[in-house]
Ligand binder design. Sequence first.
Ligand code: ADP
Length: 403
Amino acid sequence: MAEKPTYKELEKRLRQFKQAESERRRIEKDYQTLFREMLDGFALHEIICDEMGKPVDYRFLAVNPSFERMTGLKSQDIEGMTVLQVLPGIEPHWIETYGRVALTGEPAFFENYSSELGKHFKVTAFQPAPQQFACIFIDITDRKRAEEERIRLNADLAAKNTELEQMVYVASHDLRSPLVNIDGYSKELAFAINDLRSALADLPAADKAPELSSILDREIPEALKFIRASTSKMDTLLTGLLRLSRLGRAALKIEPLDMNKLIAIVIESTEFQIKEAGFELDVGELPPCRSDAVQVNQVFSNLLDNSLKYAEPKRPGLIRISGNVEGDRAVYCIEDNGIGMASDHREKIFEIFHRLQPSLYKGEGLGLTIVKRILGRLEGNIRVESELGGGSRFYVALPIVEK
Ligand code: ADP
């Protein structure tokens, strides 16, 4: 038989009991303060199942003020009620997900939309006791709306871009045939003038009007020369526009690229020009990147061509290619000691048909526009540092190969 506790022991146990009770009250008070003051919505529920044990509804046991603020539902109106009584149109996924948590004890983390409340929520649900579930949630409606708006604007932009590309394509394509006609008929006209000139040559001098020879020998041929020069220029522009409009349609194959190999291939195809122009070429060790080989080849071919083209004749040409990793980007620099450019031109050179010295150098003013366009598609970018007479450095950034 167990011995009766002494008075002292009873007193000790009572003290311990009182201490535990006061500790419990303190914890409960803390919990209630947290429940009341927390910014996240909090709600405790019990799950209601049908006779097969399938969750079909749930009852609100307690909700905090943040819950009331976020849902617009008041605790006195809903505590003790079931969700189907409060929100009859609630989507089945809420009851299914919460049912799983309350019955299995597996917590759930998810984002979902409630059409009844017209809001998006980010929810953490867990099982505090069998058949019960508690959720902590925040209202993410503003974030979701901003995200949806961003997606919509991006889709809009992509559609407008495609439309614009299509327009440029059709316009440049369709403008070519009248251009071919103008060019063809101006050639015919040149032949006709020659015939006219020969016919006139056979006439006796007295029958020739003196101003006729100036018209036939100078004015018409000169006008024809300008027409032919303009058609040829227009042809170049149309070809350029056509090339640009096709860029957006080229399929991309994104993969890890060994840039040492890729640049070696680019250099190989320009080797003759480099040797002929007596350029020194210095290529450093280049980090790999994740991109499309054909497009990246085009980028560096254009940049290398420009470095060769815009050389300063007074000094031996030098081109340096280097690269390193900066955060999540591989940044490559192609540097020349060529003619460079004044600071106010640095951004404009990427604009379509923008050329700084059109009379001195051949070109279409499209190379850098194409480069920028390609890099945009590859999630890369380009910037230039340059001084007039002091060479240029073009920096190309592309995504790195993730480890
Ligand atoms: P293009 O070379 O056909 O004119 P780009 O679009 O490639 O067209 O270049 C636009 C302009 O930028 C060039 O006309 C030139 O004035 C300037 N430019 C480009 N690359 C260089 C460079 N490496 N050094 C100096 N100027 C350059």
